[in-house]
Design a protein around this ligand. Structure first.
Ligand SMILES: [Zn+2]
Length: 258
């Protein structure tokens, strides 16, 4: 009799432990999937402006790649590069019907997860490739900033001079920077500036891209000489009906070049 009792208890124990593991596995699965379904950030825009003003920037002189504190005075003036006609990146969509396309999508595969609004004058784009998705400049230009914000978001900004108008494109939440970039480097739509990520205030891997018609970090630009100005000017332009990249080119809801 005693032997029988022991085996029943053993069986109950095994069943209980199995159930516990099952519950734990289901919980983990559900949690991970909920995370995946929310691929955009909650509040990158609410980063303390003071933190953003003391963001770090890497410059060409930093041979050892040591980050130095950014001040607008230290920053070299962006070097405008001539807009030349380049071979179209193979991921460019046929929706671009401009006779001389200038603006391009920043990633080969994308799904829009958040559209511009007054407090979020930018596009959020995610990709099924996650952090393998490479970020490209949306137009030819010159890298004007490489820095992290107060929340740790890795950010690159590019200055564009197009038809006499200065623009800045800003790429936020990168998982990593391309190893060969530096402030002042001329870049084309075919170059890589980094990989998609979820650094900073973000709940999932995506690219936050803002495009504005001003020159970020240029002390002579009274619209966006610093990051606080860039943020305020973005809201101002949104209320005037300028929505960044979506106002400059046809951005589909989702695309996949392969
Ligand atoms: Zn965003």
């Amino acid at each position: 009799m005693k032997e029988v009792d022991t085996s029943i208890i053993k069986n109950k124990c095994i069943i209980s432990i199995s159930l516990l593991f099952l519950v734990a596995a289901v919980t983990l699965f559900v949690t991970e999937n909920i995370k995946k379904q929310i691929p955009y950030e909650i509040a990158y825009e609410y980063v303390n402006i003071k933190d953003m003003a003391t963001a770090k920037v890497a410059t060409k002189k930093d041979d050892t790649n040591i980050l130095t504190t950014l001040t607008t005075k230290k920053r070299t003036t962006p070097i405008p590069v001539e807009q030349i006609e380049l071979p179209v990146r193979n991921n460019t969509l046929p929706t671009l019907e401009s006779p001389k396309p200038i603006w391009y999508l920043p990633v080969e595969n994308g799904v829009i997860t958040q559209y511009p609004s007054y407090s979020h004058a930018a596009l959020d784009i995610t990709s099924y490739r996650g952090s393998d998705e490479v970020i490209h400049p949306v137009a030819n230009g010159t890298i004007s900033g490489i820095y992290t914000d107060g929340a740790g978001a890795k950010i690159v900004t590019i200055h564009h001079l197009i038809d006499g108008v200065n623009y800045t494109s800003q790429y936020v939440h990168l998982s990593s920077y391309a190893p060969d970039i530096y402030v002042g480097k001329p870049v084309t739509i075919n170059d890589s500036i980094g990989q998609m990520g979820t650094t900073g205030y973000s709940t999932g891997i995506h690219l936050h891209i803002a495009v504005l018609d001003c020159t970020l970090f240029d002390p002579n630009d009274n619209k966006c000489s610093n990051l606080g100005g860039f943020f305020r000017y973005a809201s101002e332009r949104y209320s005037q009906g300028f929505y960044g990249l979506g106002s400059l080119m046809n951005v589909p809801y989702s695309w996949n070049s392969r």
